[in-house]
Design a protein around this ligand. Structure first.
Ligand SMILES: Cc1cc2nc3c(=O)[nH]c(=O)nc-3n(C[C@H](O)[C@H](O)[C@H](O)COP(=O)(O)O)c2cc1C
Length: 121
């Protein structure tokens, strides 16, 4: 599994690096690998980033799941980019997490990826 991260201030990148999979910056992604896991973020009242839109318009069919970094201070817009991506592209929203995630968040996504590889999800 290749983990593609969309990260401005580094929190999502840190989360991605803890998943024990290969990682790549969304801006450097060039079509390699057929099974991708996306780590993205919300901005400006729950918007999907332009980088994620450009990426998903081309490669959403390769993305098996995603995790979305956010901050609960944003209330109903917490991690809202994940809901929008799911609605528009049908990508499974595995987890919303705050900042770079707690250990339990990392473990949850590691387990999900493991189960996906085993054909259990
Ligand atoms: C201008 C701005 C807008 C944001 N808007 C949202 C938002 O609508 N919903 C949310 O959950 N988090 C929001 N956040 C929080 C970021 O998504 C959060 O800090 C995230 O961890 C950043 O990821 P990154 O460090 O990988 O760039 C916002 C942060 C900034 C600076």
């Amino acid at each position: 599994m290749l983990v593609v991260f969309d990260s401005l201030t580094g929190q999502g990148e840190r989360f991605a690096s803890r998943l024990n999979e290969d990682t790549i910056n969304i801006l450097d992604y060039n079509g390699e690998d057929d099974e991708l896991f996306l780590v993205t973020r919300s901005w400006d009242f729950g918007k999907v980033t332009d980088e994620a839109i450009e990426f998903l318009d081309q490669y959403a069919n390769k993305v098996v799941g995603m995790a979305v970094s956010g901050n609960r201070n944003w209330g109903t817009n917490y991690g809202a980019a994940g809901d929008k991506i799911h609605a528009q592209y049908g990508v499974k929203l595995v987890l919303k997490f705050e900042g770079s995630g707690f250990s339990k968040d990392v473990e949850y996504v590691q387990d999900w990826i493991h189960n996906y590889k085993e054909g259990n999800v």
